[in-house]
Design a protein around this ligand. Structure first.
Ligand SMILES: NC(=O)c1ccc[n+]([C@@H]2O[C@H](COP(=O)([O-])OP(=O)(O)OC[C@H]3O[C@@H](n4cnc5c(N)ncnc54)[C@H](OP(=O)(O)O)[C@@H]3O)[C@@H](O)[C@H]2O)c1
Length: 232
């Protein structure tokens, strides 16, 4: 088994996931990148980077991904469940199909991924799970963020559930809760200029730190905001 730590990152082709992949790689990790259309990034050294065709809507994908990453690197130290979608509709407007989609990608898929990687994460004695939740998992900011918020409140609870389930085995789970981060997702939701949003790179630095902290420094939730709100 290699001594290099190994992280699985979903939605690693763009946005926050791409920034996390690059940061962990730069910090010396081996990274396994889950993307719908797998393609090695231009910075990647194929020795330490693996790509897997991951679609969050495919219930069989996590088992295949974990098996392939384990065959390739021999261990899994961290999972960054990042792939997510936003549908800016109120809880009244949204239809069942779109609501199901939000819950499938933002809640059910990260749970399945964590469950599939669980044994490997426990094996290391210091496994890490990062769930990309959101400040929308902490408060409902507007009517049109209502449906998304429901999914992110559930994602937040998922992170807490994983933290409880894994604590005795050395697994630490954190819900990362950002406000606007300068990615395609935020650009579609707000007129706020990208330079006034949290940069994906800075969020990746936070996530790298959270993953690196020892078992005795468990962080249950980490909120980060680019603007002043009452509590965040
Ligand atoms: N940006 C923000 O302001 C913000 C704030 C709080 C929380 N977040 C959360 O942070 C995470 C990343 O967001 P982002 O801003 O980087 O979003 P983004 O730029 O829209 O990227 C979303 C990522 O998720 C992937 N994805 C979506 N549906 C998928 C599916 N069915 N299967 C596999 N991958 C899928 C996308 O892949 P494709 O390229 O194939 O579509 C892409 O890699 C999300 O969970 C989001 O809710 C974002």
């Amino acid at each position: 088994m290699t001594s290099t730590r190994v992280a699985l990152i979903s939605g690693a082709n763009r946005g926050i996931g791409a920034a996390v992949a690059r940061k962990l790689f730069a910090d010396g990790w081996a990274v396994s990148l889950g993307m719908r259309r797998p393609e090695l990034p231009n910075w990647a050294d194929p020795e330490r980077v693996h790509c897997f065709a991951y679609d969050a809507l495919d219930p069989a994908a996590p088992a295949g991904w974990v098996a392939e990453a384990t065959a390739r690197f021999g261990r899994i130290d961290a999972l960054v469940a990042n792939a997510g979608i936003s549908i800016p509709k109120s809880v009244v407007e949204i239809g069942d199909d779109e609501f199901d989609q939000l819950l499938d990608v933002n809640v059910k898929a990260p749970r399945r991924l964590a469950a599939a990687a669980w044994e490997r994460l426990c094996e290391t004695g210091r496994g890490r799970v990062i769930i990309l939740a959101s400040l929308s998992g902490k408060r409902v900011k507007s009517a049109r963020s209502g449906a998304y918020s429901v999914s992110k409140f559930a994602a937040l609870a998922l992170a807490h559930g994983l933290r409880h389930a894994g604590f005795e085995k050395g697994v630490r789970a954190t819900a990362v809760c950002p406000g606007f981060v300068a990615t395609d997702m935020a650009a579609a939701l707000t007129e706020r200029p990208a330079e006034l949003m949290t940069s994906p790179h800075d969020l990746a630095r936070v996530i790298a730190l959270l993953i690196d902290l020892p078992n005795e420094a468990s962080v249950a939730e980490f909120c980060v905001n680019c603007q002043l709100e009452e509590s965040f």
